[in-house]
Design a protein. Structure first.
Length: 505
């Protein structure tokens, strides 16, 4: 039974969720959470406070023991806005690694939004129509629009509850001037996306994280209805009421925890402004979020169940389509190279011995290998690496994005070496595998050297000392034979065999 663990290091709290794969579904076996306020000093001074770091590392050490107890084979640890903004984030990551052995992955606001969306749609039955998903954390607020489970747009705004509280609300009973300044700031940020979101005609609004959970609990206590749906009028009223109360008074309200009471005013004001300015009648609270998206992503890479994997595959295909269009890639050429690379991946499997997931990374590299030409033909392969490695690619983790970039990087005259930076940033296992995938892409490119679709297919025969490629061609493939011949030395260096190519009879 496969078991996965997801750790979310947020600006306000640190969360752990461990789930086991049972009959192609995730079953939660353990959860833990603690408020550490890691981002509090970041939003004031630009650095992580040593005491907050120590507290967070202590909590993560507890999480590490739980992960070992439940035998989770795969662990993914992500950090969001606090680490994105902190000047001393590298020191914290090193501290975590020393204490737990975990590598902290700092994700962008857009990747955070994608994973939150994946967690919600994978674990919920949602009605058809356009959905707006709101996730308000400690440091940022992600707004995601989607239709039929596919993301349309993600906005990441600096409207986190901790960030706003520490920036604007300096007194226990907030002063009117502070509340007005806070409201003006929220209005300005929401105003940047108001026109687009209003025009999108959202049919359903779903909210995740601690602030909407507290608002839902307060509304349920007040209305005496057990419901996760909170109307706009109730949100506006609660936000106004909370702004006139001290922290102790807020703590006494049903639905607000002692820590949440310190930051609920700012969070409630964000929701009040969003629902009012975007003409949203209500929001539906969902307990799902970032950790669930991380778990769903891990499950899709392990399990054969088609549901989540199909959704992520669709995200990846949409990403590739947008990037190739943006960088004016020759689509007919890119698709043909991808098809040939897929044939080679299957035919040369006994030789390359790559994990099955590399078929996807090879296909993506085939589609994106020429993006660098959009910047400059000179150095286009270096430009392609930079473009891919630093782009927001929905459906791909940072590791996967760097693998795709590294494969696309070495399709010219240069070859990857252990000292090459594109390889050094990868995990050790991938450093050994990427050169094999690079060679497959180079061979696929060679088979389409003339860019005329001369080679219509390829069969591979693996012999003891050599590999024979038999080309199906609709015209003389002389140029393709020439290009393949140039790869013979590299083929011998990577696979320890000779490469021979003939035209099929």
């Amino acid at each position: 039974m496969a078991t996965f663990a997801a750790v979310d290091i947020g600006a306000n709290s640190v969360r752990l969720k461990i789930a086991a794969l049972v009959n192609h579904r995730l079953s939660v076996v353990h959860e833990d959470r603690e408020v550490t306020r890691l981002g509090e000093s970041v939003f004031r001074f630009g650095v992580l406070d040593p005491a907050a770091m120590a507290h967070t590392v202590k909590v993560l050490s507890r999480f590490h023991r739980a992960v070992q107890t439940y035998g989770a084979e795969t662990v993914r640890v992500v950090a969001t806005s606090a680490l994105r903004d902190a000047n001393n984030g590298a020191a914290f990551k090193a501290w975590v690694h020393a204490a737990t052995g975990w590598q902290v992955e700092v994700i962008t606001g857009l990747e955070e939004g994608r994973l939150i969306h994946l967690g919600v749609v994978s674990g919920s039955r949602l009605p058809p129509g356009r959905m707006l998903l709101i996730d308000l954390g400690g440091g940022s607020c992600e707004l995601i629009t989607s239709l039929r489970g596919q993301i349309e747009k993600i906005y990441s705004l600096p409207l986190g509850a901790v960030r706003l509280t520490r920036t604007f609300l300096q007194h226990d009973l907030p002063k009117k001037r502070e509340l007005q300044q806070l409201k003006s700031f929220i209005e300005e940020e929401v105003g940047r996306v108001e026109a687009e979101l209003t025009a999108s005609r959202v049919r359903l609004t779903v909210a995740t994280s601690g602030t909407p959970a507290a608002l839902a609990d307060m509304w349920a206590a007040r209305s005496k209805k057990r419901s996760n749906i909170v109307p706009r009028k109730a949100v506006v009223g609660l936000a106004a009421q909370l702004g006139k109360m001290t922290v102790d008074q807020r703590r006494a309200m049903k639905g607000i925890g002692p820590k949440r009471a310190e930051i609920i005013v700012a969070g409630a004001m964000v929701f009040s402004e969003l629902l009012t300015r975007l003409h949203l009648p209500e929001f539906r609270y969902s307990p799902l979020g970032l950790r669930d998206g991380i778990l769903a992503q891990m499950m899709s890479e392990y399990d054969v169940s088609p549901g989540i994997r199909k959704r992520i595959a669709s995200e990846r295909e949409n990403t590739l389509a947008k990037m190739t269009a943006h960088y004016s890639v020759d689509m007919r050429y890119a698709r043909r190279v991808r098809e040939l690379a897929a044939e080679l991946f299957v035919g040369l499997r006994p030789v390359h011995d790559l994990p099955e997931e590399y078929a996807d990374w090879l296909a993506a590299a085939a589609m994106l290998q020429e993006t660098g030409s959009f910047i400059n033909r000179a150095g286009r392969h270096r430009h392609a690496y930079y473009t891919i490695a630093h782009s927001e690619m929905f459906g791909y983790t940072i590791r996967q994005r760097h693998i795709v970039a590294a494969i696309a990087r070495y399709v010219g005259n240069s070859r990857p070496t252990p000292e090459s930076r594109p390889l050094r940033v990868l995990p050790t296992a991938d450093q050994l595998l990427v050169p094999r995938a690079v060679l497959l892409l180079r061979l696929a490119r060679a088979l389409e050297q003339g860019r005329r679709g001369t080679v219509t297919g390829v069969r591979v025969r693996v012999e003891t000392r050599r590999v024979v490629m038999l080309l199906n061609a609709k015209r003389s493939p002389d140029l393709e034979f020439w290009a393949l011949n140039r790869e013979r030395d590299y083929f011998r260096a990577v696979f320890g065999r000779e490469l021979a190519a003939f035209e099929s009879e």
